[in-house]
Design a protein around this ligand. Sequence first.
Ligand SMILES: Nc1nc2c(ncn2[C@@H]2O[C@H](COP(=O)(O)OP(=O)(O)OP(=O)(O)O)[C@@H](O)[C@H]2O)c(=O)[nH]1
Ligand SMILES: [Mg+2]
Length: 521
Amino acid sequence: MISTSRPPSINSVGADGDPFSALLRPPASETEHERVARLQREADAKRISDSIDEELKAERERLRKSKQDIRLLLLGQAESGKSTLQKQFQLLYNPTGLDDERLSWRTVIYFNIARPISRILDALDAFGDADDDDDLSDGNYAAQDILSASGLPVASGSSDIPADEKSLSPSQLSLERQVSAFRSRLASLLTAEATLAERLSGGVDVSGSGRGSVFVRSGWQARSLGLPFGRGRERTSSGGRFSFSGRQSGDNPKGNEVELRSRRPESDEDKLVQEVAAILSSCQKDIRELWSLPAVKKLRDRRRLKLEEWAEYFLNNIERVSAAGYIPSTEDILHARIQTMGVAEHVFDMSVHGRNVRWHLYDVGGARGQRHTWIPYFDDATAIIFLAPVSAFDQYLDEDPRTNRIDDSLQLFKQICSNALLKRAHLVLFLNKTDVLKAKLNAGIKVNKYITSYGDRANEYDTVVAYFKAHFTQVHRRNNENNRVLFTHLTSAVNTKAMQSIITDVRDSIFRGYLKSAALV
Ligand SMILES: Nc1nc2c(ncn2[C@@H]2O[C@H](COP(=O)(O)OP(=O)(O)OP(=O)(O)O)[C@@H](O)[C@H]2O)c(=O)[nH]1
Ligand SMILES: [Mg+2]
């Protein structure tokens, strides 16, 4: 048996020759002045040590609490509507946040107008008024291909219109001359397109972005309001995630928002926006004329020119959007298009059935080149909303023009359903852009022309939606080891009224699952 003696008390160590005690003891020759300095040093060291202990305790508490946070991933291919859905969450849970950003959306909206105008002119140059019946599988891709091969000048400021024709309005000239006249009259807007793109992207060029789309990181709002990137509403957490804050003010001091407002008028970015606003208002009539040109309608009808839904929306609203003093409406912001780069985190504090829970929404970039950035967010995801745009049956990926968008969505959904890291996450599917689907079917676009397996089923909304829904459900069923329930909604992410009730439904079902799993832990 081992016998131990009682350890010496701290007061007795010096006396029994303990070496540590001897080291800690002040020298016998210590003067009064040295003693005061030593005591001061010891007090300082204790204060620092106490504050480190406090920080560690707070960090442990923050981690403990954050484990109880809900983490919701918005996943889906590019253009599926993830950022639009995030805006709907913002409208519901942090509406003032959207107000703060309202003016900065002008940069995006002006870009969303300048880009399609340049595409319309390119398509007119390439195809003119040709009455051929060539029906291409994808007008945009083919048009782009032909355009790049044709080497046509884009956005040229000069024109070779004879002086006596210059006073004529474009509609009074032959189509070729009209296009040339439009290019000349819209030259400053066409030039502004590149400057707006540069301003939005902060000079970051992402390869494979297709059709010259502009990718932005979260925080672009601050940049477009004249703040250096990384200030204002953005912060980078230790994990390198970008985030916007909702209601809470912890890492988003109110002072920054005040600064955002007060600095806005002098910024260079603002000058650019004001210049483009002036250009737009001066060439509004030409834009309207170009947009209502029969040759443009013909190109669209013949699918030689496929404009995205946001391009049509802003061109249809050009009068209002290009009016002096224009301030984007909430609907305009919901329609504005800008590609997400990486992962943007948005934090909302929500009270659900009397319980306060912090929600982290992760809005990811959906283009193929962006998908690798999703993985670090998988292991602690509480829930996923997967968005599949069902209107995209006649579209192909910008990143890979041979892949049909619906096909890509199904492949991606399969990967998400079968991913081991995500197997415990609550799964919600939004079959989105149902309004665009309806419009396409009403315009007579045939599903079976793009998706041969559709066969001779009726080309009407209910049948088409049921067909796509069955495919997604089947993918889920075949990749559902955990017998996880799939919650499906038919959505139009730009429809605020409908979305608010769907979001509330989804929020409640996620919250119920969250409470259930918390009870099991
Ligand atoms: N009409 C209509 N437009 C929609 C709908 N959902 C999204 N959009 C528009 O489609 C465009 C693309 O939507 P985003 O939310 O930016 O797409 P995203 O999934 O975030 O795309 P990435 O950031 O590239 O991954 C925007 O102009 C939206 O306004 C919808 O249901 N109906
Ligand atoms: Mg996005």
